[in-house]
Design a protein around this ligand. Structure first.
Ligand code: SF4
Length: 360
């Protein structure tokens, strides 16, 4: 049976049915509609004011690739300028290839690219070195907990380095729905209450962050990359998860079969959630080491690095008996293991969470 006519231009054959609306569109009309929807998300949410210098967290993966491409198309209308900022976590056999994809994108789209490395920012610690260090504690599933916190810090540092006023990341509706589900299933009310909205306004001196693709489904992000013939890196990180996010993803797929709008419904539910006054944590203060926003004496990134320094990464992820504040003030950053490659590390797929949990 021949494909139906595109319901928008009525000139070309439809190449897809939009997953949520069922609308039959050709590739060109779909891409135009997708870009218009992202533009609407940015304008309606007042995410990026005219004149903003926007740091795009670029990982080489499909989401950040689509985000950079769409924002580049929209930049003249929005009146913003773009900088690509990539983070090199120091993950052998993975990040080099992903960074090569980011470099190709920067060259093709004529966008300035800055790469910031964990090793430079965090006293020589790479993610491989961190993985080695935490493997001996039986906490190898915590790789992504460390990495997500450090990535967030690294992206902030990179954005400041390039003079950015705003940070954007490539989280899509499915990523956000998975996060909402995970937080529900873990009973993490604090994160649930913080998880709504399209981003953060930049509390405590941090740069404002937003997620312009938050209302776009994963399927449509992939379709956009396909029709625009975007070159992206699709392999999984060597520490990538079997983890809890995978269960949330499977559950979401099951729910989607019965209710196609479930991902967006979850995202919108999270926007309306608020903690009861009695359950609200005290307002955060400033980290005693770096000045970033912190709910304890150290922010998460400094606490993680401090735990590594003490050789007690278990403390760093908040599992010590008395919590991470029990051992007195932090010292200088420690050196990483001298030979992280030969030390025992976690097997592939042992991480505790997916990349999208807190990084980008
Ligand atoms: Fe980092 Fe985990 Fe993402 Fe790998 S999968 S880049 S370790 S957060």
């Amino acid at each position: 049976m021949p494909a139906p006519q595109c319901s928008s231009c009525r000139a070309a054959r439809a190449a897809l049915r939009r997953p949520r609306s069922g609308q039959a569109l050709c590739g060109s009309c779909f891409c135009t509609a997708f870009e218009a929807e992202v533009l609407h998300t940015v304008l309606a949410g007042r995410l990026l004011p005219p004149g903003a210098v926007v740091a795009v967290g670029a990982s080489g993966g499909k989401d950040s690739t689509v985000l950079a491409h769409v924002l580049r198309e929209l930049a003249p209308q929005l009146g913003v300028s773009l900088r690509l900022v990539a983070v090199d976590e120091g993950i052998g056999g993975y990040r080099d290839a992903a960074l090569a994809a980011v470099r190709r994108q920067a060259a093709r789209w004529d966008l300035p690219l800055t790469v910031v490395a964990y090793a430079d920012l965090f006293g020589g610690w790479t993610m491989d070195a961190v993985a080695c260090s935490i493997a001996g504690t039986g906490r190898s599933r915590a790789c992504c907990t460390f990495c997500g916190v450090l990535r967030r810090r690294a992206l902030e540092e990179g954005a400041r380095l390039v003079g950015a006023t705003h940070i954007v990341t490539g989280h899509n509706a499915d990523d956000m729905a998975e996060t909402v589900l995970m937080n529900f299933l873990r009973g993490d009310a604090g994160r649930l209450a913080r998880g709504g909205g399209l981003g953060s306004r930049g509390e405590g001196g941090a740069l404002p962050r937003c997620r312009p693709l938050q209302l776009a489904s994963q399927k449509e992000v992939v379709l956009y990359a396909h029709f625009r013939r975007l070159d992206y890196f699709s392999e999984e990180c060597v520490y990538a998860p079997e983890a809890f996010r995978g269960h949330a993803r499977d559950l979401l797929k099951l729910l989607e079969a019965a209710r196609p709008s479930v991902a967006l419904d979850l995202v919108h539910s999270a926007e309306r959630l608020a903690l009861a006054p009695a359950a609200r944590p005290p307002p955060p203060g400033a980290c005693s080491r770096c000045g970033a926003l912190a709910s304890r004496s150290l922010c998460q990134a400094c606490a993680l690095l401090d735990g590594l320094q003490r050789g007690r990464p278990r403390l760093a992820i908040g599992k010590g008996r008395g919590g991470r504040d029990e051992e007195g003030p932090p010292g200088p950053l420690p050196p990483p293991p001298s030979d992280p490659v030969s030390a025992p590390g976690p097997a592939a797929g042992e991480c505790g969470a997916a990349c999208k949990e807190r990084c980008e």
